[in-house]
Design a protein around this ligand. Structure first.
Ligand SMILES: NC(=O)c1ccc[n+]([C@@H]2O[C@H](COP(=O)([O-])OP(=O)(O)OC[C@H]3O[C@@H](n4cnc5c(N)ncnc54)[C@H](OP(=O)(O)O)[C@@H]3O)[C@@H](O)[C@H]2O)c1
Length: 336
């Protein structure tokens, strides 16, 4: 019987604020027996996503809390090395729910094939043609339904999701304004990605005025990854029939206190606007239709993207904090 020794990083306690080393335990394990319907994946890359911080906390979101004593959950991509699933064979490249470890046991329901026939590197299946890229794709196109000439405002615009949202909106003929936290990121958005305007939100005292100045006809679509004050200020600048895609709330993820507001929600009524929660897992079954479209845009040079690849499982917790400090440069992942 084959066995798979693996280093693992377990969740030991629920973080109060930013994740600390004392919230984790580093350990060694050996994976061998699995149940019917499960596979073992040799993780090649771990995806570090802001949502992991949500899963670490006590409250149920769209997933139950990560059990204490369990490897921290994350999306992984890698090779199937053992299978008791009729869907996946040893040698397949798959992505799905694994953990902060070198090898992960995954149930087949949480695993999907990576289409390597597209000719893109395996790591791209965690970024531009992975769940992150498809979040931008479906969030903007299916929920936002952009029309050429409309104004699209994007928060975390220089990040993995946001940078793709802005570029897809440009492909669809929209005017695109991005929000980011450094001048370097703002310059990249305008000079390299073709955004029409930017707001450095960390340097802005009056967000509502900054949005009014950069979106003089109002915001038709707000792709929001942040929530909090940025959402509140945008509510004051909506165009008639605006659509808000509520995709993330990174500004509140490290707070266990209830977050007040948004105070300007009445603007949804005043502008006959719509706000809709977005969850990429609702679209997994449709990826075979969207991933080739995104892959073509990449090959045609219409979509650019950055990946921030940190080497070594041992560096995962420190790397994770980059998401909240704003120091990641593109889709953050760990190479095992
Ligand atoms: N709903 C879904 O299915 C789904 C799927 C994937 C991702 N998401 C969401 O999409 C968002 C972006 O995820 P990502 O993976 O693409 O990460 P990312 O944008 O590559 O990285 C996170 C960025 O968020 C910004 N940020 C951090 N703290 C902030 C704060 N307090 N206020 C404003 N901005 C802050 C930082 O950039 P700055 O330097 O610009 O501050 C940081 O670089 C997250 O909210 C995530 O939860 C949702």
């Amino acid at each position: 019987m084959s066995t798979f020794p693996t280093r693992q990083i377990l969740l030991n306690s629920r973080p109060d604020g930013l994740l600390k080393e004392s919230d984790l335990v580093r350990t060694d394990a050996v994976l061998d027996e699995i149940d019917d319907g499960q596979i073992i994946i040799r993780n090649q890359y771990l995806s570090l996503d802001p949502a992991i911080r949500d899963w670490m906390s006590e409250s149920d979101s769209y997933l139950p809390p990560i059990p204490l004593g369990h490897p921290v959950w994350c999306t992984v991509i890698g090779e199937v090395v053992k299978s008791k699933s009729s869907l996946y064979a040893v040698g397949d490249t798959v992505w799905g729910m694994g953990g902060w470890a070198e090898y992960s046991v995954a149930p087949e329901d949480y695993v999907f094939p990576a289409d390597m026939s597209l000719g893109l590197p395996v790591n791209n299946h965690l970024s531009v043609v992975g769940a992150v890229g498809m979040t931008a794709y479906y969030g903007l196109l299916d929920v936002g339904k952009p029309v050429a000439g409309e104004t699209v405002l994007v928060s975390t615009a220089a990040g993995a999701v946001g940078s793709l949202v802005g570029q897809i909106a440009k492909i669809k003929g929209c005017r695109v304004v991005g929000m980011a936290g450094t001048q370097e990121k703002c310059n990249w958005l305008v000079n390299d990605l073709g955004f029409d305007d930017v707001i450095n939100y960390r340097e802005t005292d009056d967000m509502a005025a900054a949005i009014a100045a950069t979106c003089p006809n109002g915001v038709d679509i707000f792709f929001d990854n942040v929530g909090g004050d940025i959402l509140d200020a945008t509510l004051l600048n909506l165009a008639q029939k605006a659509r808000i895609i509520f995709c993330g709330r990174i500004s509140g993820l490290n707070s266990d206190e209830p977050i007040p507001g948004p105070y300007n929600m009445w603007q949804i009524l005043a502008k006959s606007a719509r706000i809709e929660g977005f969850l990429i897992s609702n679209y997994f079954a449709d990826f075979e239709n969207s991933v080739p479209v995104m892959a073509n845009w990449v090959k045609e040079g219409k979509i650019k993207f950055k990946e921030d690849v940190v080497e070594g499982l041992e560096n995962t917790p420190e790397a994770f904090l980059k998401l909240f400090k704003g120091t990641n440069k593109g889709k953050l992942m760990v190479k095992i």
